[in-house]
Ligand binder design. Structure first.
Ligand code: CP
Length: 325
């Protein structure tokens, strides 16, 4: 087994690309503010290059293995688009039931197989800690694309990039997280990243779907000003970023509990009459009714732009991890 924080024995002759070169990306806890600033500088360059030339050959000859044990539209397709925009190629395994996983092959053996054929492995898995487990068995970098209700670090980076692009700065913002804060891995990762930027975080959820206490303790220990609420109304007027999440049906043991909570909050144009003019509404998507489609044309609705920013951030991460940034 190898060290999960560093994938050793990378090919000789690679140009090093900063601190992320050869690193697994498993949790936002591994990033400093300086790392994030470096990623965003490169993401801006990727955006310029995509707008100017579309596709270019920075990662020509490199292969990404895209291994998804859970459904995905955005993460899987944006990593594929990122690799192809950079001139690289993708081995897609998005239907693990058609792979040897369906014959009982373990995660360690599956990633050991894929590292024979690829330079980097993007992994989504239903179990918390699966990406860290996989990283112990391979020499090539593993990028965590979501591990159950654990973390979604690349989503949090693209969320932060979205906030910076849309609002112009990251420091001292009031971020209100709404919905299924218990099961939403995106809010687990984003709230941790926001500790680096002196954020005030409002957590609005039903009692049953509260942010896990251990994460709240972690945030409080880092000096974040936190407050918990059951209703949005009191915190919306001071909110800079309203981060809406889906109630995650697939994480409920009892469907009746899901049905009782699925429509707990619905953002409509009437909701936003109480919000600032300079604020944004974000959502990692998919949405299943918690933001009305009538909100989509409001300039504050940033969730579709958020998806596009994800392409540039994932291009930056692939270039950095593969030592070509
Ligand atoms: N935001 C996100 O992870 O979306 P997908 O599940 O479609 O990848």
């Amino acid at each position: 087994m190898t060290n999960p924080q560093r994938a050793p024995h990378l090919p000789l002759g690679e140009k090093r690309g900063g601190r992320l070169y050869g690193q697994h990306i498993l949790s936002v806890k591994q990033f400093s503010r300086e790392d994030i600033e470096a990623i965003f500088v490169i993401a801006e360059e990727m955006r310029t290059m995509v707008e100017r030339v579309g596709t270019f050959d920075l990662l020509k000859g490199k292969l990404l293995a895209s291994l998804f044990y859970e459904p995905s539209t955005r993460t899987s397709s944006s990593f594929t688009a990122a690799m192809e925009r950079l001139g690289g190629s993708v081995i897609p395994i998005s239907e693990v039931r058609y792979s040897s996983v369906s014959k009982g092959e373990s995660l360690p053996d599956t990633v050991r197989t894929l590292e024979c054929y690829s330079d980097v492995i993007v992994l989504r898995h239903p179990e918390v800690g699966a990406a860290a487990t996989a990283a112990r068995y391979v020499r090539k970098p593993i990028i965590n694309a979501g591990d159950g209700i654990g973390e979604h670090p690349t989503q949090a980076l693209l969320d932060l990039f979205t906030i910076r692009e849309e609002l112009g700065n990251l420091d001292g913002l009031t971020v209100t997280m709404l919905g299924d804060l218990k099961n939403g891995r995106t809010v687990h990762s984003l709230s941790r990243l926001l500790t680096l930027f002196h954020a005030r975080i409002n957590l609005v959820s039903p009692e049953m779907l509260r942010m896990p206490p251990e994460i709240m303790e972690e945030l409080a220990a880092k000096g974040v000003t936190l407050s918990e609420h059951r209703e949005l109304e009191s915190v919306l007027p001071n909110t800079d970023v309203l981060y809406v999440t889906r109630v995650q049906k697939e994480r409920f043991a009892d469907e009746a509990d899901y049905l009782a909570h699925k429509d707990a909050y619905v953002i409509t144009p009437a909701t936003l009459t109480q919000a600032k003019q300079k604020m944004i509404v974000m959502h990692p998507l998919p949405r299943v009714g918690e933001i009305s489609m009538d909100v989509d044309d409001d300039p504050r609705a940033a969730y579709f732009r958020q998806m596009e920013y994800g392409l540039y951030v994932r291009m930056a991460l692939l270039a950095m991890v593969l030592g070509k940034a």
